[in-house]
Ligand binder design. Sequence first.
Ligand SMILES: [Zn+2]
Ligand SMILES: [Zn+2]
Length: 346
Amino acid sequence: MIPSHTTAVVLTAPRGTIAVASVPVADPGTGEVLVRMEACGLCHSDLFVASLEKLPRVPLTLGHEGIGRVEATGYGDGDCEGAARVHGFAVGDRVGITFLASTCGACEFCLDGRERFCPRQLNFGYTVDGALAAYAVVPAPLLFRVPDALPAAAAAPLCCAGWTAYGALREAGLRPGQSVALFGMGGLGHLAIQYARHLGLRVAAVDLSESKLEMARSLGADLALSAENAGRTLQKQWGGADAAIVLTGSPVAIQQAFRSLKRTGTLITSGLSTNQYELPIVDTVLKGISIRGSYLGTRADLEEVFRLAQSGVGRAHIETHALDQVPELFEKMRRGEILGRAVVLL
Ligand SMILES: [Zn+2]
Ligand SMILES: [Zn+2]
């Protein structure tokens, strides 16, 4: 049965308050499914969306790290009335909702497996309503299959934090035995350490918080460094890192990451922020540094992240909460007080 309303975490206006509210649930249309949500993680990108001066739609349901089960389907494209499957999904299937809601399917990026760069993409919790709700009506083409064996709260952070961390490491293109410095030990960083070790890399973890560095050590980081002077310390201890991945939106972290690199090293930025950063041109040129942005990963990357989690690699450190605690949790997140990932049980 399709409920008439659901509880949801709603951004009321650009830079407005984040509130728990009752919102109407529509019948799933063509190519859409109704998902009974089980869990959804809270991501810094939710705060990024909440900080924007303009938004494509308000009020907006936030959330792009959702796990749930298909409760009802609309009509599939070209299907006859009563069709039970939409884009291969049927009632009872377990699905993951990420930041990527839909793409055009026809541009050069969609056609070569890099649909995350589609200029016509829609995004859950940004251009379309997201997953922080008991029920969500969502387009089905880019939903992911989630193994039944993974508990919902453990699987939720993989949909953004896990996917982004793994995608950034793959973007760095390192070989086993090479070194990587990871800047930012939040939701992404603590998963990135585990993937980096799985890929056979030497790992340095960098953060401002001693409790987050402690967690990094317990996850097997070879070095855990305070963010001030991390660049100089890595030059001294390792002769620089082959790659540095910045998992926060901090311009200061990007500068330290740049300083931490070996000659011909790669700087990857993957945290969102409206800030600008400044880097030295001379060093970029004379040291042959590559600077790249990394956004999510390929579809195969997320499937691999789910597979790895089943084998015990890339386990998110989670704290679970009820939906009505979300506004307060976002404040804690803004202050950097959450260790690992906060996940909401729906
Ligand atoms: Zn995210
Ligand atoms: Zn496209």
